[in-house]
Design a binder for this molecule. Structure first.
Ligand code: 5GP
Ligand code: MN
Length: 336
């Protein structure tokens, strides 16, 4: 394990560095990665951001996005970069299984692994860790790492501030989830002072729907939402046909699950989608219901108490039935 001082000393010399994050990067994953990318590049390092998969088009505007490499687009070249890296920044994930096809390359790589993350129960693959499961976003921890651990608040440029603000904004549902603290707001305020244009970021992320995406939202609300009042639970189940009908692409279903929690009294929301590879499940809760525990125990996944995800190789209808069959076990938490 590195100490902050040892890390600072190492980073005083030019290094080869890879920055990576979890499969299907979200705003926090990409915001954290691009912030670290800009920060390290400005310090004179050779830096490559390599991510395991594509991501939502509503993140395409982010500064540095054009430099992001998708691992499988050129596996051999990216494997070489990972193998020769002195440092590998692992951002917004707690276990190497979360980087899918990149897992083995990163696991075998001799470079020191720096984990900055806020997911529970991190796996021991790292050589330096800045981790706090209470943090609202990994981007909040990246801010703390750069400003306080590395003592480089002055090196936060408007681009870095923009990336970090995006990460915090998206992971807190625009500063409304239970994870949002005074510290979150103080950091957001500082990032605006440092050049993040908050209203422009909100516009770019939230008001950038395609017509199809908005119509798909309407379709799901009207036709695919099932409310289980006896369990204060609401769920969407979306078939492959539904996705094709509205030409849904990566990121278009992001945020959909939260609408189910907008019904008064709901404690748990689920979004179950038949993706090409697997059935993907997203859970969201308010209060004490442990989404991460349900995803870990039953759906091969994990996450946070109030937001978690998982997957299954079973057909969609079976996954929906399985999800419903779990609810009686948790009735005491859902209907206190
Ligand atoms: P989402 O439902 O938006 O995909 O993910 C919600 C949260 O659960 C995120 O923090 C994400 O990192 C985590 N998560 C989503 N899918 C998985 C998964 O398959 N495995 C694990 N361990 N965590 C997941
Ligand atoms: Mn996150």
């Amino acid at each position: 394990m590195f100490t902050p001082e040892a890390l600072k000393k190492e980073l005083a010399k030019p290094k080869h560095i890879v920055v990576t994050t979890h499969h299907k990067p979200d705003g926090d994953a990409l915001g954290s990665s691009l912030a670290v990318y800009h920060w390290l590049k400005a310090k004179g390092h050779a830096v490559h951001v390599i991510v395991p998969s594509d991501f939502a088009a509503f993140l395409d505007w982010m500064p540095g996005r054009q430099d992001v490499k998708i691992y499988l687009d050129d596996k051999a070249a990216h494997d070489a970069l990972i193998a020769e890296a002195d440092f590998i920044y692992c951002l917004d994930f707690n276990g190497l299984a979360r980087i899918h096809a990149m897992e083995e390359a990163v696991r075998q790589a001799p470079g020191a692994k720096i984990m900055i993350d806020h997911h529970l129960e991190p796996e021991n693959f790292d050589d330096y860790r800045h981790w706090d499961s209470q943090a609202a976003a990994s981007a909040q921890l990246v801010y703390d790492f750069i400003a306080n651990v590395m003592d480089e608040h002055q090196s936060i440029t408007p681009d870095i501030a923009t990336c970090l603000y995006t990460g915090i904004m998206t992971d807190t549902g625009s500063f409304r989830f239970q994870t949002t603290t005074p510290a979150t707001h103080l950091i957001a305020a500082d990032l605006i002072t440092l050049g993040a244009q908050n209203w422009k970021i909100h516009e770019a992320v939230y008001n950038s729907y395609t017509e199809n995406r908005l119509k798909f939202l309407g379709f799901c609300l009207l036709n695919r939402l099932e409310v289980l009042h006896e369990y204060r639970t609401a769920l969407f189940s979306i078939s492959r046909e539904d996705l094709n009908r509205f030409q849904i692409t990566t990121g278009d279903t992001e945020g959909l699950v939260n609408y189910a929690l907008a019904i008064s009294g709901m404690k748990l929301a689920a979004l179950i989608i038949d993706r090409t590879e697997q059935v993907k499940l997203s859970l969201r809760s308010v209060g004490d219901f442990p989404c991460n525990e349900v995803c870990k125990t039953h759906f091969n996944g994990g996450g946070h108490r109030n937001a978690a995800g998982g997957n299954s190789n079973e057909p969609l209808t079976n996954v929906v039935l399985k999800f419903k069959s779990i609810l009686p076990e948790y009735k005491a938490l859902l209907i206190p």
